[in-house]
Design a protein around this ligand. Structure first.
Ligand code: GLN
Length: 455
């Protein structure tokens, strides 16, 4: 049914970069056969899963939205995908994304933009716009994404779905094509908080292949979501609202929905507390130094020899000539912009002024969170300052994209978990609005509990 749905609507949406009906159906039949033979399978066995193309898989190409990796086949599955398969989930396709996960609209994909199922002239957010659109349009009930600065939460908000960025290190990054290694986190998206929790439980846990993966016994997110699924569970919850996240640029309809949600929470006995996080206003600036620096280093491996594309300059050429012809042809404009920014920021003599300063700001933001969480249990904000914008509206002005991340970036800089869930639509355009909840590191379950109560 999901493959039929993809065939019916994906011509309009372009949420999928690859599907492989044969392998998907074969995997589904294998699950049916095991079940028929009386095997006890988990509750997700046989459920279709869309996989963001940032995760490498053996069954289909893995491109990370780039021409650089066109047709690339991985010899292994990313750990999150391997865990999903072990739980019986059926991979039904790889989803579109901004090239190397750089973007907030999926328009930076080398394979054309994904369209928002709510309005085909609007972006679905990014970088994981394909996964969010697929879930929103019922092409898949569950999807995997990656969140470096908001790429699971912001597309969830813009498509009326749920998305979670786990605590940094909570889900293995092994087999995730790296963007910025100190910020990248793999996570689940779905249409409800409980569905998101089901996938979260499957992919969480320690992985010896990822040196930053946490050796932690995670409590069940499903139990938290089920336990919270009752507005009364909000009683006594201390909810922080960060002054600095209620930016001037927040769209009126987004602000209205957010305030209405806070009022409903307060009616159920939650305590709303305004908090101050003085360094949040520097988060976007720090992020756009740290991310390009780490990305320029991670992307150095696309050298025409080890992976994917290789372009020979006319009349042959030196090794350097082949490398630069390949990188010129293989990378899109946003990727080049960030490689140049990052290379500059890391240059000898500039390190302290740029990367070093940005890392200090990061520490200050972590301290802002620590003092906030001494007063509150969760922090709430709009997930994104706006609803979905028209395709092309930010063309030529990447700063507009960067500023749309202002609300999601702080969680990545601090390594803490965040969850976005839909809270209705904006009056002015009828498009979905997302509520973001954040909790201290390791307290992901708190988000599912509160999220299920609000939902
Ligand atoms: N929009 C952010 C960026 O362009 C977030 C990217 C991400 O989370 N992968 O960097």
């Amino acid at each position: 049914a999901h493959l039929d749905r993809i065939a019916a609507v994906d011509g309009d949406l372009n949420a999928f970069l690859a599907t492989n009906e044969e392998v998907s159906l074969e995997a589904a039949r294998a699950i049916d056969a095991r079940r028929a033979a009386g095997e006890e399978l988990g509750e997700l066995a046989g459920v279709p899963l869309a996989v963001k193309d940032v995760l490498v898989t053996t069954d289909m190409p893995s491109t990370s939205g780039s021409k650089m990796l066109e047709g690339y086949r991985s010899p292994f599955d990313a750990t999150s995908v391997a865990k999903a398969r072990a739980a019986g989930l059926i991979s039904i396709g790889k989803t579109n994304m901004d090239e190397f996960a750089m973007g907030s609209s999926t328009e930076n994909s080398a394979y054309g933009p994904t369209r928002n199922p709510w309005a085909l002239d609007r972006v679905p957010g990014g970088s994981g716009g394909g996964s969010a659109a697929a879930v929103s349009a019922f092409e898949a009930p569950l999807a995997l994404g990656s969140d470096t600065g908001g790429s699971i939460r912001q597309p969830a908000a813009l498509t009326g779905t749920v998305g979670a960025k786990p605590t940094y290190g909570g889900v293995s990054r092994y087999g995730a094509i790296a963007l910025a290694s100190s910020l990248d986190q793999i996570g689940p998206c779905a249409r409800t908080v409980l569905d998101t929790a089901l996938l979260h439980d499957v992919i969480a846990g320690h992985d010896p292949h990822d040196s930053t993966s946490l050796a932690h016994e995670w409590p069940s997110m499903v139990a938290a979501a089920r336990g919270g699924a009752n507005p009364e569970s909000l009683r006594g919850l201390r909810v922080g609202v960060v002054k600095q996240l209620m930016l001037d640029g927040v769209q009126p309809g987004v602000k209205a929905r957010f305030e209405e949600t806070l009022a409903l929470m307060s009616e159920q006995g939650a305590e709303i507390i305004e908090i101050d996080a003085p360094h949040f206003e520097y988060a976007v600036a720090a992020y756009y130094l740290i991310l390009p620096s780490e990305a320029s280093s991670n992307l150095a491996k696309y050298d025409s020899v080890r992976f994917g594309l290789r372009v020979e300059p006319e009349g042959g050429g030196t090794i350097e000539g082949v490398m630069s012809a390949t990188r010129e042809a293989g990378f899109g404009a946003e990727v080049k912009r960030r490689i140049i920014l990052g290379t500059y920021a890391l240059s000898a003599g500039y390190y302290d002024a740029y990367y070093g300063s940005a890392q200090k700001v990061r520490t200050l933001i972590q301290r802002d969170f620590a003092s906030a969480f001494a007063q509150v249990d969760v922090i709430a904000s709009p997930t994104a300052p706006t609803t979905a914008w028209q395709l092309g509206a930010h063309r030529g002005n990447p700063m507009q994209d960067y500023l749309n991340d202002a609300t999601t970036i702080p969680a990545n800089l601090a390594g803490i978990p965040g969850l976005s869930l839909p809270v209705g639509t904006a009056a002015e355009d009828g498009l979905p609005v997302g509520l973001q909840l954040m909790a201290p590191a390791f307290e992901d379950a708190r988000l599912y509990r509160a999220g299920a109560a609000i939902e």
